[in-house]
Design a protein around this ligand. Structure first.
Ligand SMILES: Nc1ncnc2c1ncn2[C@@H]1O[C@H](COP(=O)(O)OP(=O)(O)OP(=O)(O)O)[C@@H](O)[C@H]1O
Ligand SMILES: [Mg+2]
Length: 228
């Protein structure tokens, strides 16, 4: 069975003046261990789709299943619990907590799980080592470069050992070198740690790291290209 199954999903936002339907009747399947990139023009519904896959938002119509669980049918509190154990999410703006060190930022998702302090420390050290930042554990975000901050955010996304990692324009704020390093880290999550990764990007160079590129336009998948 595929890890992610999106069946006939539509998302409509209602506001007082108008209705927007960024995703309509969309089908998508992602296999376990696959690295899929979503590309498409601004406003084509990429973030909206990622939010529904990650259980941050629910579809108006249709079904989203992840690892056999029907995410689209969960209540808000079920979704919150599910996200904690199953999902890692990397944002364009890193979203680190400025008053916490790298170590403490990576610790945050673990505080929602029942773990001893020793178990937490082991997982945090492993995650920071995986992104090459063991020597920056006690730095605050402002003492780190943008690329290093994004690697802390990746460590935070994987520390609870989620089944799937989502990333929304993770290299959007980075220069070419830092973007390249970030992409190498993300590729390693798939190759060495067996994670499944769905990433949104505008950057054709970053997209080259993927196994498959899915193009969205006006809420529909327009073409899918598979890399060798
Ligand atoms: N919470 C919301 N309420 C109302 N409209 C929304 C909401 N979220 C997104 N939209 C609308 O849905 C459409 C798709 O937005 P989305 O953020 O998914 O685009 P995107 O492909 O991620 O674009 P970008 O590349 O600029 O990030 C846009 O027209 C946006 O204004
Ligand atoms: Mg977006």
């Amino acid at each position: 069975m595929s890890l992610i199954q999106v069946e006939n999903v539509t998302k409509t936002f209602h506001s007082t003046s108008e209705e927007v339907t960024p995703i309509s009747n969309l089908d998508l399947v992602v296999e376990k261990g696959e690295f899929v990139v979503l590309m498409g023009p601004s406003g084509s519904g990429k973030t909206t789709l990622l939010h529904m896959l990650a259980g941050i938002d629910r579809p108006t119509k249709g079904v989203v299943r992840v690892a056999g669980e029907e995410v689209s049918a969960m209540s808000p509190s079920q979704l919150a619990r599910w996200r904690t154990r199953a999902v890692g999410y990397v944002f364009q703006q890193y979203n680190l907590i400025p008053v916490l060190t790298a170590f403490e930022n990576v610790e945050v998702p673990l505080l929602l799980l029942r773990l001893s302090r020793a178990e937490r420390e082991k997982k945090i050290s492993t995650a920071l080592a995986a992104v090459g930042l063991s020597d920056r554990a006690h730095h605050l975000p402002r003492q780190l470069s943008g690329g290093q901050q994004q690697r802390v955010a990746i460590a935070r996304a994987i520390v609870a050992d989620p089944v799937v990692v989502f990333a929304d324009e993770p290299t959007g704020n980075l220069d070419r070198n830092a973007a390249k390093m970030t992409m190498e880290m993300l590729r390693r999550l798939v190759d060495e740690f067996g994670k499944t990764l769905v990433m949104v990007t505008h950057d054709p160079v970053a997209a080259q790291a993927a196994d498959r590129i899915v193009h969205l336009d006006k809420g529909q998948i327009v073409t899918e290209a598979t890399h060798a």
